[in-house]
Design a protein around this ligand. Sequence first.
Ligand code: GLA
Length: 400
Amino acid sequence: MRFLSPLSFVAIAIALVTAAPPKRATAQVAQTPPMGWNSWNYFAEKVNDKGVRTAADQIVATGMKDAGYIYVNIDDTWEGQRDANGVLHTNSKFPDMKALADYVHSKGLKIGIYSSPGPKTCANYEGSLGHEEQDAQMYASWGIDYLKYDLCSFIPAVLEKQEPNNKAAQMRLMIAAYDKMGKALKATGRPIVYSLCQYGWDSVWEWAPAMGVNLWRTTGDIEPKWDRIYALLSQQSGLEKYAGPGHWNDPDMLEVGNGKLSLAENRAHFSMWAMLASPLLAGNDLANMKPEIKDILTNHDVIAIDQDKMGKQAEHVYSDGEVEVWSRTLSGGAMAVAVLNVGSDRYSTHPFHLSLSKLGLHGAHKGKDLWSGKEMNLTDGQSIEIASHDVLLVRIDSPR
Ligand code: GLA
């Protein structure tokens, strides 16, 4: 996929959105970053009705529901064919979507689904082009609570076809397509979280909030590999001002428990996504989750950082060699600090001296190490040892 147009088109987008009719009401949904599970990262096209029911059961049984994971999201590959009336049917993996939604709701959870503004989805299933209102109404009739709306085939089928040489016009068409589905969702009267998945193109964070989008992907796809996770993290710095209650940057769903990530990498990935006020959508096989992975995903102190009601995304304060220091402001005047060793040398813990003054702190402080659960004393310049790809995550309740 390619980049559609330079940042200069943001001005056009803003003008377009400002001129648009009333915003979607976002007050009810995503006041903190959405939490839940999504089928794609582990199951991909193998997702089916049974697997979604199992995920819902497991979210309850593992304590994830109590920890805040509420949305059970079906990603791509549920779609069948449209009939003569344009009604999209599910494929044989999902015999009865309404019954599935009822089941998920009966567990006290919510259910999400996926589509694309193009004629096809990214996995080449049926998309919503030309059927936006009809699809939105159908989602609402099933009881859907969340829509992830991709891009893929919209590029060749609409943008490049209608406006082959005009990037500004392509951007207007893309924004209009997302706005169309946003309005269609709103018209259903059902509160539905609206999530854009267009990889952070055309500074989506500049124009999506104004049209009532609740979250937008800021990057391409995540993979269960440290280098990819770190690359996505690095792309978030500078976007913090766009996040807040009802509208969040989305560096993609979690890979915690997937692939060959080490325990430290799983912990660091989860910590940094919490620092980023990122949606926390687990993407692992919940029925076969190891206890140590469950412990990471259900760490209440770390989740509390992510879900802090102020919704202030962390900023990258400074780096010292291969150690990065990020901080975020929390409600009640508290603060969270993450110290991340991004170096790959397994044998070096990078003895490193934490500068409290660079964090705007004066004198010694008490903090809570959110992974050990222990109180710790922090002094300016103190030596801290962190293993490769591991993190120290500290909450300071009374910073000064
Ligand atoms: C894109 C998205 C993924 C997933 C797939 C499904 O690649 O970025 O998260 O939804 O499509 O086909």
